[in-house]
Each structure stands twice: as structure tokens, then as C-alpha cells.
Design a protein around this ligand. Structure first.
Ligand code: ATP
Ligand code: MG
Length: 340
């Protein structure tokens, strides 16, 4: 067999972060090759390859404007697979897009999953990975991947704390000697915040706004330079007249609106701290808390956590990609995560 055929037959390693908001794929030796919304548009409500109209970025641009026979499915909810068939179709379509499905070479897959999931939910994650490869499959806990992805020394005896605040789920974990000592999880994240914003405009302005509009307002609140004194305009539908309407509001108004979901995340973090063995608490005070996940970018979120816990908080660099970068680095130790 010549070298080129051997290289075509040999396996390669990929990491997948299957998130409620976005899916990322990392190929060993190449880095992150795909980062797209976890969304799929299907024709006639049929969960078969031939009915896939759009995936990822393209599906996001269709979302909310679908013709009658097309539906957009969000396959995950609260960090876990809700529609198994839709998730498999999406991953297969991403694999096709990345041009490695159907080739002779099959990938070894390391897929991340939240720490606090049931056995059934874990099996669904494994099934998704198995749908694109018959080779080795491993699962890595998301807080561990997040910690590796922001270059924390997870193998040391010094305890550290990572809070991964994503779109559908937030996990607060204390890690020591390479493993999770305690982790609390709450199915709250950016999505709940977006829905709080939608509810606010309905109540305060009798204005129905779309999810995309609310998400773009949340992006403004996640901007490093965001000033709560600034005014913004928002378009929506007047609830009474059902006519399109433009309203002006001050970002300051939303400070209180996002407090409820943020308070729930803070409570999750405090539960983890309360359940951490006292011997490790000193390490946490010294090392601080590292925030990862896209929701970590929300303005003043770090200060809020600091004021409620008394522990210094640092936002990881590129927090939304820590889990996939960590999964990618963990490919070097794939056998440690392999499923039996
Ligand atoms: N590349 C990016 N640049 C800026 N913001 C981003 C990026 N990717 C995600 N976000 C923001 O992060 C939030 C989603 O967080 P994240 O990507 O961590 O969720 P997820 O991992 O898909 O969800 P979960 O872990 O809860 O299942 C969204 O508000 C989104 O706007
Ligand atoms: Mg995530």
C-alpha cells in the first residue's frame, strides 16, 4: 500500500462542542474548522436528509421567515439533545460541509457534554457522535473542556473554579487533580435572558419583538463599551393595533430585566461554593473564578458575581470558544475519555 492510500485510510481526530446556541468542530492539526448556529430547517416536518433545506448560518437567516412547509428546529434545549433525529441530521450535514463524511477516513470523535445530565441524555450525545463515525468515541465534561480551553492547570492540586455560562445551561464547577470535585448546574443562560427582554417590551411598551431583535439587544449589552446611559431604538409589532412600531428606550431599563436570570446563575455559583470542601476554599479565593461561555460577556456580570461571592472573577479570553478549544487540546489524551 502506498503512503497516500495509508494516509487516506488512517483515522483522524475531531472534537465537537454541541451547544444549544452553536456547534463547533475542531480537527486535530487544523484547529476550529466550523462554528455555526445549532439550527436546522426541514421541509414537510420530515426528519430525513432529503428534507434538509438549510443548516447553521443559513438556517439562522431563514429562521422566523419560513414558508408554510418549512420548519426551523432548535435540536438542543438547556444544553442537552431534545430532538435526537434533528441533531443527527445537523451533525451529518456539518460533517458533509466539512467534507469528511463519506470518505474512507473516519474520525475518532471527542464530544463535549454538560456535567449534570442524565444517562439517557448522555446516551443521546454518544448516538449523535456515532452517527458520523464508527470509530472511537469519547465524551468530555464541558467544565473540564472549558478549563483546559482557557489554559488552566487542571491537573494540579490547587483547586480552581470555572463557570461556563452558555445559551441553555450554566455549570459552576470546582476542579482539582484533573477531576470535578463539585459541580452545580442550572438550565439558565442567554436564551432565558433573551426571553426576559422580549417579555419586558411586551409589558412596558405593548410591543412584540422577535427573538432575533432581542438577541441583538443582548449583544449590545455584551459589548465591552456598552454604556447603560445610551438610548436605543427597537422595532416590533404593536400588540393592540398589530402594526409595525418603532420605540426608543434606555439601556438602563434592561439592567433590572436581566437581573432575575443572572441572580439564578449567581445562586448556582453560590451552591457550588457552599458544597466545596473547606480545604479547597482557600485555593478558590487565591485563584478566583474564571467565567467562560458566551453569556460571560454580559456587561458587569463579572462584577455581580464578585460582589455576591467575595471571590475575584476573571472573564476568559474568547469565552464562547473555551469548550471547543479545550476539547481540541484534550484530543492528545483521547484514550482517557473513551467510552467503553
Ligand atoms: N463567536 C462569538 N462571538 C461573540 N459572541 C458569541 C460568539 N459565539 C457565541 N456568542 C454569544 O454567546 C452566547 C451563546 O453562548 P455559547 O456559545 O457559550 O452557548 P452554547 O455553548 O451554544 O450553549 P450551551 O453551552 O448552553 O449549550 C450568545 O449570546 C452569542 O451571542
Ligand atoms: Mg456551551
Amino acid at each position: 500500500m502506498n503512503a497516500s492510500i495509508i494516509s487516506q485510510l488512517s483515522s483522524f481526530d475531531i472534537a465537537i462542542d454541541l451547544g444549544t446556541y452553536k456547534t463547533s468542530i475542531f480537527v486535530r492539526g487544523e484547529g476550529i474548522v466550523l462554528e455555526e448556529p445549532t439550527l436546522i430547517c426541514l421541509r414537510n416536518n420530515e426528519y430525513v436528509q432529503g428534507s434538509v433545506i438549510a443548516i447553521g448560518d443559513e438556517a439562522r437567516s431563514i429562521y422566523g421567515k419560513e414558508p408554510e412547509n418549512v420548519i426551523t428546529v432548535k435540536p438542543l434545549r438547556g444544553g442537552v439533545v431534545e430532538h435526537l433525529e434533528a441533531t443527527k441530521l445537523l451533525i451529518k450535514s456539518f460533517a458533509r460541509k466539512a467534507k469528511w463524511l463519506g470518505r474512507l477516513r473516519k474520525p475518532n470523535v471527542l464530544i463535549s457534554a454538560p456535567f449534570a445530565i442524565s444517562n439517557i441524555e448522555r446516551r443521546a450525545v454518544r448516538d449523535v457522535a456515532a452517527s458520523i463515525s464508527s470509530r472511537s468515541i469519547g465524551v468530555i465534561e464541558e467544565p473540564i473542556a472549558a478549563a483546559i480551553g482557557c489554559d488552566l492547570d487542571i491537573g494540579g492540586s490547587q483547586a480552581l473554579m470555572v463557570v461556563d455560562a452558555g445559551w441553555g445551561i450554566t455549570e459552576a464547577a470546582v476542579i482539582s487533580l484533573g477531576g470535578i470535585v463539585h459541580c452545580e448546574s442550572e438550565r439558565v443562560g442567554g436564551e432565558v435572558i433573551v426571553h426576559s427582554i422580549i417579555e419586558y417590551f411586551k409589558k412596558a411598551y405593548a410591543l412584540q419583538i422577535g427573538e432575533r431583535t432581542a438577541a441583538s439587544i443582548m449583544r449590545v449589552l455584551s459589548d465591552f463599551d456598552c454604556d447603560f446611559e445610551n438610548e436605543m431604538s427597537v422595532r416590533g409589532m404593536d400588540v393592540a393595533s398589530r402594526l409595525p412600531m418603532l420605540r426608543h428606550f434606555k439601556l438602563e431599563e434592561l439592567r433590572g430585566v436581566i437581573q432575575t436570570p443572572l441572580a439564578s446563575i449567581v445562586r448556582t455559583i453560590k451552591r457550588t461554593l457552599e458544597n466545596t470542601p473547606p480545604m479547597l476554599s482557600a485555593d478558590l479565593i487565591e485563584n478566583g473564578i474564571v467565567l467562560t461561555g458566551g453569556t460571560a460577556l454580559l456587561k458587569d456580570f463579572d462584577t455581580l458575581i464578585e460582589s455576591h461571592t467575595g471571590i475575584p472573577v476573571r472573564i476568559a479570553q474568547n469565552p464562547h470558544s473555551c469548550v471547543i478549544r479545550g476539547g481540541g487540546s484534550a484530543l492528545d489524551y483521547l484514550s482517557q475519555f473513551k467510552l467503553a
